[in-house]
Design a protein around this ligand. Structure first.
Ligand code: ZN
Length: 122
């Protein structure tokens, strides 16, 4: 059973793929608030302190992978100035920031915890 892109994209629990990884509705003051446990299957969303340090590293990689080619494209292909390109990249970064941060956490927990369809049967 591989990774489910859909569950990661929708921030679903890695184990049952039904429960939500983040508290709804989205609040800008608490962008990364997660319930302690999955409401559907009871999966612990933070098995140990600092569980998401790896996710921070992961979001940095994802971020660089998206933003760096974008900046280079604008400078070398569209002949924009470096300052203008940086401005655009920073603007996009702010918009995508929480999306990437949450996405990295979702991806992280999906890598760590395997899907188990049996958990929702009882
Ligand atoms: Zn669950």
């Amino acid at each position: 059973m591989g990774l489910s892109i859909k569950s990661i994209w929708n921030y679903k629990c890695p184990k049952c793929r039904k429960g939500d990884l983040f508290i709804k509705p989205f609040l800008f003051s608490k962008p990364l608030d997660m319930p302690k446990y999955c409401a559907v299957c009871g999966q612990d969303f933070e098995p140990e302190p600092g569980y998401y340090y790896g996710a921070m590293f992961l979001s940095y990689i994802v971020f660089t992978t998206i933003m760096l080619p974008l900046a280079l494209l604008m400078v070398f292909y569209f002949k924009w100035s470096v300052n203008a390109s940086m401005g655009i990249v920073i603007a996009i970064s702010i918009i995508c920031f929480f999306k990437i941060l949450r996405g990295a956490r979702a991806l992280w927990i999906h890598i760590m915890i395997k899907y188990d369809p049996k958990v929702i049967k009882h």
